[in-house]
Design a protein around this ligand. Structure first.
Ligand code: ADP
Ligand code: MG
Length: 137
Protein backbone atom coordinates (compact mmCIF):
# COMPACT_ATOMS: atom_id res chain seq x y z
CA UNK A 1 0.00 0.00 0.00
CA UNK A 2 1.25 3.45 -0.77
CA UNK A 3 0.21 6.76 0.74
CA UNK A 4 -1.13 9.03 -1.99
CA UNK A 5 -3.15 12.16 -2.50
CA UNK A 6 -6.15 12.67 -4.76
CA UNK A 7 -8.47 15.55 -5.59
CA UNK A 8 -12.22 15.48 -5.07
CA UNK A 9 -14.82 18.02 -6.14
CA UNK A 10 -18.38 17.94 -4.85
CA UNK A 11 -20.20 19.26 -7.94
CA UNK A 12 -23.03 21.85 -7.87
CA UNK A 13 -25.76 19.18 -7.58
CA UNK A 14 -24.08 17.60 -4.55
CA UNK A 15 -23.79 20.98 -2.85
CA UNK A 16 -27.37 22.01 -3.62
CA UNK A 17 -28.72 18.71 -2.27
CA UNK A 18 -27.01 19.26 1.12
CA UNK A 19 -24.76 16.28 0.48
CA UNK A 20 -21.46 17.93 1.49
CA UNK A 21 -21.43 16.43 4.98
CA UNK A 22 -22.43 12.96 3.80
CA UNK A 23 -19.81 12.90 1.06
CA UNK A 24 -16.95 14.19 3.23
CA UNK A 25 -17.94 11.69 5.95
CA UNK A 26 -17.64 8.85 3.44
CA UNK A 27 -14.05 9.89 2.70
CA UNK A 28 -13.15 10.08 6.38
CA UNK A 29 -14.81 6.72 7.15
CA UNK A 30 -12.72 5.18 4.36
CA UNK A 31 -9.60 6.59 6.08
CA UNK A 32 -9.00 9.29 3.54
CA UNK A 33 -7.75 12.32 5.44
CA UNK A 34 -9.00 15.72 4.28
CA UNK A 35 -5.74 17.67 3.98
CA UNK A 36 -7.23 20.60 2.00
CA UNK A 37 -10.79 21.93 1.71
CA UNK A 38 -12.29 24.90 -0.18
CA UNK A 39 -15.79 26.02 -1.10
CA UNK A 40 -15.82 28.14 -4.24
CA UNK A 41 -17.45 29.08 -7.53
CA UNK A 42 -15.37 28.15 -10.57
CA UNK A 43 -14.91 30.82 -13.22
CA UNK A 44 -15.43 29.72 -16.81
CA UNK A 45 -11.67 30.03 -17.40
CA UNK A 46 -10.91 27.83 -14.38
CA UNK A 47 -13.41 25.15 -15.45
CA UNK A 48 -12.07 25.17 -19.02
CA UNK A 49 -8.51 24.75 -17.78
CA UNK A 50 -9.36 22.11 -15.18
CA UNK A 51 -11.20 19.97 -17.75
CA UNK A 52 -8.83 20.76 -20.66
CA UNK A 53 -8.15 17.00 -21.10
CA UNK A 54 -11.76 16.72 -22.33
CA UNK A 55 -11.70 19.72 -24.67
CA UNK A 56 -12.18 17.63 -27.81
CA UNK A 57 -15.10 15.69 -26.34
CA UNK A 58 -18.67 16.55 -27.41
CA UNK A 59 -19.72 17.13 -23.79
CA UNK A 60 -16.92 19.63 -22.97
CA UNK A 61 -18.97 22.83 -23.27
CA UNK A 62 -21.87 21.39 -21.27
CA UNK A 63 -19.44 20.16 -18.63
CA UNK A 64 -17.87 23.62 -18.26
CA UNK A 65 -21.32 25.22 -18.13
CA UNK A 66 -22.45 22.75 -15.49
CA UNK A 67 -19.34 23.12 -13.31
CA UNK A 68 -19.75 26.92 -13.28
CA UNK A 69 -23.50 26.78 -12.53
CA UNK A 70 -23.14 26.73 -8.75
CA UNK A 71 -20.90 26.41 -5.74
CA UNK A 72 -18.52 23.45 -5.50
CA UNK A 73 -16.48 21.98 -2.63
CA UNK A 74 -12.93 20.96 -3.49
CA UNK A 75 -10.92 18.68 -1.24
CA UNK A 76 -7.47 17.13 -1.25
CA UNK A 77 -7.59 13.62 0.24
CA UNK A 78 -4.67 11.62 1.57
CA UNK A 79 -4.39 7.95 2.41
CA UNK A 80 -3.38 4.49 1.24
CA UNK A 81 -4.21 4.10 -2.46
CA UNK A 82 -6.20 7.34 -2.30
CA UNK A 83 -6.77 7.64 -6.06
CA UNK A 84 -8.35 4.21 -6.55
CA UNK A 85 -10.06 4.26 -3.18
CA UNK A 86 -11.81 7.54 -4.02
CA UNK A 87 -12.85 6.21 -7.45
CA UNK A 88 -14.39 3.18 -5.70
CA UNK A 89 -16.27 5.37 -3.23
CA UNK A 90 -17.50 7.59 -6.11
CA UNK A 91 -18.89 4.86 -8.37
CA UNK A 92 -19.20 4.84 -12.16
CA UNK A 93 -19.41 8.09 -14.16
CA UNK A 94 -22.95 7.25 -15.29
CA UNK A 95 -25.03 6.96 -12.11
CA UNK A 96 -27.24 4.34 -13.77
CA UNK A 97 -24.17 2.10 -13.79
CA UNK A 98 -22.88 3.06 -10.33
CA UNK A 99 -22.79 0.24 -7.77
CA UNK A 100 -25.07 0.35 -4.73
CA UNK A 101 -23.56 2.23 -1.82
CA UNK A 102 -21.41 4.53 -3.96
CA UNK A 103 -21.76 8.33 -3.88
CA UNK A 104 -23.02 8.48 -7.45
CA UNK A 105 -25.54 5.70 -6.87
CA UNK A 106 -26.90 7.49 -3.83
CA UNK A 107 -26.76 11.15 -4.95
CA UNK A 108 -26.27 11.54 -8.71
CA UNK A 109 -29.12 12.17 -11.16
CA UNK A 110 -27.45 12.06 -14.54
CA UNK A 111 -24.07 11.80 -16.25
CA UNK A 112 -23.85 15.63 -16.12
CA UNK A 113 -25.04 16.13 -12.58
CA UNK A 114 -23.09 13.22 -11.13
CA UNK A 115 -22.28 14.63 -7.69
CA UNK A 116 -18.49 14.30 -7.60
CA UNK A 117 -15.25 14.56 -9.53
CA UNK A 118 -12.22 12.46 -8.59
CA UNK A 119 -8.71 12.31 -10.03
CA UNK A 120 -8.19 9.31 -12.30
CA UNK A 121 -4.44 8.74 -11.76
CA UNK A 122 -1.64 9.68 -9.36
CA UNK A 123 -0.14 11.89 -12.05
CA UNK A 124 -3.39 13.79 -12.68
CA UNK A 125 -4.03 14.03 -8.95
CA UNK A 126 -0.75 15.94 -8.56
CA UNK A 127 -1.74 18.36 -11.33
CA UNK A 128 -5.28 18.81 -9.97
CA UNK A 129 -4.15 19.33 -6.36
CA UNK A 130 -1.66 21.96 -7.51
CA UNK A 131 -4.44 23.68 -9.47
CA UNK A 132 -6.60 24.22 -6.36
CA UNK A 133 -4.09 23.93 -3.51
CA UNK A 134 -0.73 25.35 -4.64
CA UNK A 135 0.03 25.85 -0.94
CA UNK A 136 0.06 22.07 -0.33
CA UNK A 137 3.20 21.75 -2.42
P1 ADP B 1 -15.24 10.86 -14.35
O1 ADP B 1 -15.82 12.13 -13.74
O2 ADP B 1 -15.94 9.62 -13.85
O3 ADP B 1 -13.75 10.78 -14.22
P2 ADP B 1 -14.79 11.56 -17.14
O4 ADP B 1 -13.45 12.06 -16.71
O5 ADP B 1 -14.85 10.59 -18.28
O6 ADP B 1 -15.58 10.91 -15.92
O7 ADP B 1 -15.70 12.79 -17.56
C1 ADP B 1 -15.69 13.98 -16.82
C2 ADP B 1 -17.11 14.42 -16.57
O8 ADP B 1 -17.70 14.76 -17.82
C3 ADP B 1 -18.03 13.34 -15.99
O9 ADP B 1 -17.99 13.28 -14.58
C4 ADP B 1 -19.38 13.76 -16.48
O10 ADP B 1 -19.96 14.76 -15.65
C5 ADP B 1 -19.06 14.36 -17.83
N1 ADP B 1 -19.26 13.35 -18.88
C6 ADP B 1 -18.50 12.28 -19.14
N2 ADP B 1 -18.98 11.55 -20.18
C7 ADP B 1 -20.10 12.20 -20.57
C8 ADP B 1 -21.05 11.96 -21.57
N3 ADP B 1 -20.96 10.91 -22.38
N4 ADP B 1 -22.09 12.84 -21.68
C9 ADP B 1 -22.19 13.90 -20.86
N5 ADP B 1 -21.30 14.18 -19.86
C10 ADP B 1 -20.27 13.34 -19.72
MG1 MG C 1 -12.27 11.95 -15.04
Amino acid sequence: MSKERTLSIIKPDGVSKNAIGDILARFEKARLKIVGLKMLNLSEAQAREFYAVHKERPFYNDLVKYMTSGTVVVSALEGDNAVIKNREIMGATDPKKAAAGTIRHDWAESIDANAVHGSDSIENAKIEIKFFFPELG
